[in-house]
Design a protein around this ligand. Structure first.
Ligand code: TRP
Length: 378
C-alpha cells in the first residue's frame, strides 16, 4: 500500500477503486435496462422495503415509479417487506402490523398488481432464513465488518452497539434475493455493497458446495439496476425523512398536503427558476410539481414566472393533489376492505414459501443433507 504508484494511502485507493466499480455498475445498469425492455421474460426482479414508516412522495417518484414501470413492461417482480430487518438497528418492532398493512395498501393503491407482483413478508417464509446458515459460512467476519453501508447505518444509530443482526443483515438480504433466484435487483447506490456480497455468495456457494446440474450453478449472480432516483427533498430542504417530519406521505389528505407545502422553505426571489444547485428548496418544489404533472421542470417554473413562492406553492399543491387524488381514493377503498389486503399478503406469502421450499430442498440436496431421499434426488 505504502508504495502505491499514485502516492495515495490505502483508503484513497479503496475509494477510487470503488468509484470505478460504481461507474461500471451504473454503465452496466443502463445496458441492463435496455435488455429488460427488449426481453422482459428473461428477468426476475426482487426488491424490498423495511416497514419502518409510511411511504412518501420521495419513495413514490423514485423506487415505486420504477417498480410500476417494470410491471408495465411485464417483468416478473417480487417485493419483500423486510420485517425482520427492522430489528437490525432498533430496539423494537414498532407498530409493525399497521405498517405492513399500510405498506401493502400503498402498493395496491399506486397500481402494483398482485397477480404480477409477489408481495410477501420475511417472517412468513421460514425456508428463506434457513439459507442464511450456509451463506454465513461463505463470508468472513472481516468482509462483514468492512461493509460501508452497515458502517454508515451503525454510525447513524448514535453509539448504540452493533447488533449481530446488523452486522450480518447483508447476508440475510442475499437470502432475500437468492431464494427466488432473482437476476435483477433495483437498488439505490447505498445498497450496492450488499448486492456485491450477494454475487460473492452465489459464486462461493457454487465453488464450495457444487451444483444440482453440471451445466448451471444453483444460484445465478444477480445484477443491480441502479435507480436514477430523483432525489426529492423534504419541505425544509433537507433529506426527506420521517424523523425530520418533513415528508408528504401518500396517505396524507389533500388539506394536510396543502398545509405542508404552504410551510415549505423557499427564498425571496420572485422570479421562479429551476436551479437545483443555487436554489435547492425552490427547485425541489418545482421538481415535485413537474413530476406530478408530467412536465419539464423548466417549463413548470416558466409558467409561474415572477409569481413568487406563494404562486409556486399553489401550483405544486394543485399538481400534487391532482396526481395523488386517484391513488388516495383507492387507498380509502382498500382501507375499508382490510380482508382484501390480507388476502394479497397471504397469496404472496404462499407463493414465496413454495419457492423458498424448493430452493432449500435443492440446497440440501447439493449439500447432501436431504437424508430422507438419499438416492432418488441427485
Ligand atoms: N435493505 C433494503 C432497504 O432498506 C430493503 C431490502 C430488504 C432489500 N431486502 C432486500 C432491497 C433485498 C433489495 C433486495 O431499503
Amino acid at each position: 500500500m505504502a508504495s502505491s504508484p499514485f502516492g495515495a494511502d490505502g483508503d484513497n485507493l479503496a475509494d477510487s477503486a470503488s468509484d470505478r466499480s460504481l461507474a461500471r455498475t451504473v454503465e452496466r445498469s443502463a445496458q441492463l435496462n435496455t435488455e429488460i425492455a427488449a426481453d422482459p421474460g428473461r428477468f426476475r426482479v426482487l426488491t424490498g422495503d423495511r416497514p419502518t414508516g409510511d411511504l412518501h412522495i420521495g419513495h413514490y417518484f423514485g423506487t415505486l415509479a420504477n417498480r410500476l414501470a417494470l410491471q408495465r413492461q411485464g417483468v416478473e417482480t417480487w417485493i419483500v417487506i423486510a420485517d425482520y430487518q427492522v430489528i437490525a438497528d432498533r430496539d423494537g418492532v414498532g407498530p409493525i402490523r399497521d405498517r405492513v398493512h399500510s405498506l401493502i395498501t400503498d402498493y395496491l393503491a399506486i397500481g402494483l398488481d398482485p397477480k404480477r407482483t409477489t408481495i410477501f413478508t420475511h417472517s412468513a417464509v421460514p425456508a428463506l432464513h434457513q439459507l442464511m446458515l450456509p451463506f454465513l459460512s461463505l463470508v468472513t467476519d472481516a468482509e462483514l465488518r468492512r461493509n460501508p453501508t452497515v458502517k454508515a447505518e451503525h454510525d447513524a444509530t448514535g453509539g448504540r452497539p452493533m447488533s449481530g443482526l446488523l452486522l450480518t443483515y447483508p447476508v440475510h438480504q442475499a437470502a432475500d434475493v437468492l431464494f427466488c433466484k432473482a437476476n435483477v435487483v433495483p437498488v439505490g447506490k447505498d445498497q450496492l455493497p450488499h448486492l456485491e456480497l450477494t454475487r460473492v455468495i452465489a459464486r462461493r456457494f457454487d465453488e464450495r458446495f457444487g451444483r444440482l446440474d453440471a451445466d448451471t450453478a444453483l444460484f445465478r449472480a444477480p445484477e443491480a439496476v441502479v435507480s436514477e432516483a430523483v432525489a426529492i427533498l423534504g419541505i425544509d430542504g433537507h433529506k426527506m425523512s420521517k424523523s425530520r417530519d418533513n415528508t408528504i406521505t401518500l396517505r396524507m389528505d389533500a388539506d394536510t398536503t396543502a398545509r405542508r407545502l404552504r410551510a415549505a422553505v423557499t427564498d425571496n426571489e420572485r422570479q421562479i427558476t429551476y436551479d437545483p444547485e443555487h436554489r435547492p428548496e425552490v427547485s425541489n418544489l418545482i421538481l415535485i410539481g413537474a413530476l406530478a404533472s408530467g412536465r419539464d421542470p423548466d417549463q413548470f417554473a416558466a409558467d409561474i414566472g415572477n409569481g413568487g413562492a406563494s404562486a409556486l406553492k399553489r401550483a405544486v399543491t394543485e399538481a400534487l393533489n391532482e396526481h395523488l387524488r386517484p391513488i388516495r381514493a383507492r387507498r380509502t377503498e382498500l382501507d375499508a376492505n382490510t380482508d382484501a389486503v390480507g388476502a394479497v399478503l397471504a397469496a404472496g406469502n404462499r407463493r414465496a414459501n413454495q419457492t423458498a421450499d424448493t430452493t432449500l430442498a435443492q440446497v440440501r440436496t447439493v449439500m447432501q443433507m436431504n437424508y430422507q431421499q438419499t438416492s432418488s434426488l441427485k
